[in-house]
Design a protein around this ligand. Structure first.
Ligand SMILES: C[S@@+](CC[C@H](N)C(=O)[O-])C[C@H]1O[C@@H](n2cnc3c(N)ncnc32)[C@H](O)[C@@H]1O
Length: 383
């Protein structure tokens, strides 16, 4: 598998090559879907009334499933979407949901190439910055196109939150290394991991989309985008408004204009980032240095996994297994479940006769999911 060069947009090349947009949502219960969206945006400090009567910019909406809520809340939408399959799906979905044609527009290009005649009060960029190589022009563009006092919403993923998906991805490479046929890979991975996704009871994405996007999409080995990156790379003109999960507390007096909320958020993130490893972990803090050590090992694992996928070799697999042994000790300090799930993963990776059934039937790994994606909203300061 090729992981592309530093400039290549791997989402666009991967989705384009297979003519897919693997980001569908189960919206058979539309009210449930809308309630989920409302909860997310409430956590981000944007209740439905914030959308009423506005035109919102959404970058990378995929097929537009998440955007349905914005229409219901009374917004019109300007979309930017470079993926041809998603460009086909958006009008189709909106027609089926009786959204009038004059309520939305679509620029069929990358954000970097889009043309704007004005700025926006709300800019949505869900699910696409992690996975971009060379994100600097994207962040600059997003920062420019929002009005002073307006809000940007982005998604973050980091090595720790991706850890168990990284393990599944390694297992995927072991299971599908013997075929080049794309659909055959997808079928094998569905067979192996359907039981895992069933444990994530609130998940709303079809299993086929999940395995395709998480375990076959090369973008997941491009640069991720941690909350720390987000705070640092949106410049001092931006302040955090909210996040999901809700991570930050601010006890400063509002009149304290010396308070540096970004620095305070960075410190809190450093102490809490281990919580992203497993979605069941309750709130808790650890020393920054312990989380640094954990992050160091897990980042090394991700780099080794990328190499392994590029060039499947026994030697590389052995390095990975050694790293996992080290990590199993570190995560055991957080919760014994995590250690068991990592040890089980080592056994699967070392199994010379690995098959989908074995992956499906293990005990711990199927319920090991991180707080994979986090959402952050930021306000562009008015003054
Ligand atoms: C993982 S999908 C996320 C889709 C949807 N926002 C969601 O959260 O389910 C990433 C989306 O970003 C789009 N995308 C990737 N690079 C982009 C760019 N440079 N400008 C605009 N959209 C981009 C892709 O085509 C794809 O639709």
């Amino acid at each position: 598998m090729t992981m592309g060069n530093k400039e290549e947009n791997l989402f666009i090349s991967f989705y384009g090559e297979h003519f897919i947009s693997p980001v569908h949502q189960d919206i058979s219960d539309l009210n449930l879907h809308l309630s989920r969206r409302e909860k997310l945006y409430r956590m981000l400090g944007l209740p439905p009334v914030a959308f009423k009567g506005k035109t919102i910019l959404e970058v990378g909406p995929g097929g537009g499933y998440n955007s349905l809520a914005f229409f219901v809340w009374g917004a019109d939408m300007d979309f930017i979407e470079p993926n041809p399959k998603a460009q086909e799906e958006i009008p189709d979905l909106l027609r089926r949901h009786n959204i009038e044609r004059e309520r939305w527009s679509l620029q069929k290009c990358r954000l970097e190439d889009a043309v704007f005649s004005h700025r926006y009060d709300i800019v949505i960029a869900e699910g696409f910055i992690p996975g971009l190589n060379n994100r600097e022009p994207v962040i600059r563009r997003l920062s420019d196109v929002v009005n002073p006092g307006g809000v940007i919403v982005v998604t973050c993923i980091d090595d720790i939150s991706f850890f168990f998906e990284n393990i599944r991805r390694l297992i995927s490479a072991r299971l599908t290394g013997n075929t080049d046929i794309f659909q055959q890979k997808v079928d094998t991975l569905c067979e192996a991991f359907s039981t895992h996704l069933k444990n994530l009871i609130y998940a709303s994405r079809p299993v086929e989309d999940w395995v395709t996007d998480q375990f076959l999409n090369p973008a997941l080995y491009a640069d991720l985008f941690s909350i720390e990156d987000c705070i640092n790379e949106f410049d001092e003109g931006f302040e955090i408004l909210g996040s999901s999960p809700d991570l930050f507390t601010d006890y400063s007096w509002y009149k304290d204009m010396d308070y540096n909320s970004k620095n305070a958020a960075l410190i809190q993130f450093e102490q809490k980032r281990h919580m992203f490893i497993w979605w069941r972990l309750p709130e808790g803090t650890r020393q920054g240095k312990d989380n640094h050590r954990l992050l160091g090992c897990i980042s090394e694992l991700r780099r080794a996994s990328k190499k392994y996928e590029e060039n499947i070799s026994e030697n590389c697999l052995n390095i990975i297994i050694q790293l996992l042994r080290k990590i199993s000790i570190l995560v055991g300090e957080i919760d014994p479940f995590l250690k068991s799930a990592v040890e089980e993963s080592i056994a699967l990776l070392a199994d010379k006769e690995l098959n989908p059934r074995k992956v499906s039937d293990v005990v711990f790994l199927p319920s090991a999911f991180g707080r994979g994606q986090q959402y952050v909203s930021m306000v562009k300061k008015f003054l």
